[in-house]
Design a protein around this ligand. Structure first.
Ligand SMILES: [Zn+2]
Length: 356
């Protein structure tokens, strides 16, 4: 069976296929003149996938009382949980059984029956290796919102730190980002465009009340979305320049760490849901009725990141899919060097009915 670099989303797998340097047409995704991998000739992906499959056990090897809700089919794990493939699930089944045909012949249950990871149901292991210990992310959110705010014992900070270290991103001095404020036709001055001082800083997703933080976006349009500028508003957009090289934690990448990135696969697998939920929580669009308690979980995570010496966080803009945001813990790292006033002529609404 022939597949190609385009059949995969996983960067490590794509790189392996490209390194073979064989081009042709792919019958799996119909890609033309792409880097191909022929499962009857090439073997480079066999051990890579076998190592991942080792993490799982099929139903008949799991204890009788193992919770059914923690079981899944391999093709779903590979597609939904790990995001390895760029093809539909039926094709994944055919492709993975061709890549790992020896394993499929010896051990078809792993491909055909529900599978799971024993450690997912092992409280002692979870206590030391899951970001949220034996709790769910939702339990942690409830705990910090309603019970213990500053000394919660729900998070394994060393595990969180290890994942953060995998998604560190460096921004070079001179990088330009943007911040917008709704203003009058006259606009704000350059000195008025910075982050509010500590005594005026309100709660945000990356800062608690009273702690200043500078929220920037990748481009002018994203800033307009982020401040929810309305039609006929005047908006002052400031251009900010980074003064030195800095390291931030990239929450967009957190959700995309693949299984072959070097992190222990079992530890990675039991934390996949956590890292996805943290990434989503950071980028969650805020609604008009949300209050300061809704920011607490992300404030907790970002406060930890700040304590480790990182200078900010990067997260996706849910308001403008092509854009991203950066929250900078020390606002002085960026200097506003130019401003321009914009007249918002129109906005586009996108809505769906919640009830029929
Ligand atoms: Zn392909």
């Amino acid at each position: 069976m022939i597949c190609c670099n385009r059949c995969f989303k996983d960067v490590e797998i794509k790189a392996i296929i490209k390194s073979l340097n064989v081009t042709g047409d792919c019958k799996t995704c119909n890609g033309k003149n792409v880097y191909i991998y022929d499962t009857t000739i090439h073997g480079q992906l066999v051990d890579v996938f076998n190592e991942l499959l080792e993490v799982y056990l099929p139903t008949n090897h799991l204890p009788d009382d193992y919770p059914r809700e923690k079981m899944n089919l391999l093709k779903d794990e590979l597609y939904e949980k790990w995001g390895i493939f760029n093809i539909d699930k039926e094709k994944i089944y055919t492709l993975i059984t061709n890549i790992c045909y020896e394993k499929y012949n010896e051990y078809p249950e792993i491909f055909d029956s529900p599978i799971s990871i024993m450690k997912l149901n092992d409280n002692e292991y979870l206590q030391g290796n899951s970001i949220t210990k034996t709790h769910s992310w939702e339990h942690f959110v409830k705990e910090i919102q309603t019970n213990n705010r500053f000394h919660t014992d729900y998070i394994n900070t060393n595990v969180l730190d290890m994942f953060c270290g995998n998604v560190k991103k460096t921004y070079k001095g001179g990088t330009i980002l943007y911040r917008a404020r709704i203003s009058t036709e006259d606009g704000f001055t350059i000195s008025e465009m910075g982050a509010p001082p500590s005594n005026k800083a309100s709660d945000g997703r990356a800062n608690p009340l009273g702690i200043s933080c500078l929220y920037l976006a990748s481009d002018r349009e994203t800033t307009l979305h982020e401040i929810k500028a309305g039609a006929y508003d005047y908006v002052t957009i400031g251009e900010f320049e980074l003064q030195e090289d800095i390291d931030v934690i990239d929450f967009i990448a957190l959700d995309k760490i693949g299984p072959f990135s070097g992190i222990d696969m079992t530890l990675h697998a039991i934390n996949k849901e956590n890292t996805q939920k943290i990434g989503n929580e950071i980028a969650k669009p805020l609604r008009r009725n949300d209050g300061p308690l809704d920011y607490l979980p992300t404030q907790y995570i970002t406060d930890f990141i700040k304590s480790k010496g990182y200078k900010g966080i990067k997260y996706k803009s849910t308001m403008n899919k092509d854009g991203y945001n950066l929250a900078i813990f020390n606002p002085g790292l960026f200097q506003c060097r130019d401003i321009c006033v914009y007249d918002v002529r129109g906005i586009k609404y996108d809505s769906v009915p919640l009830y029929d």
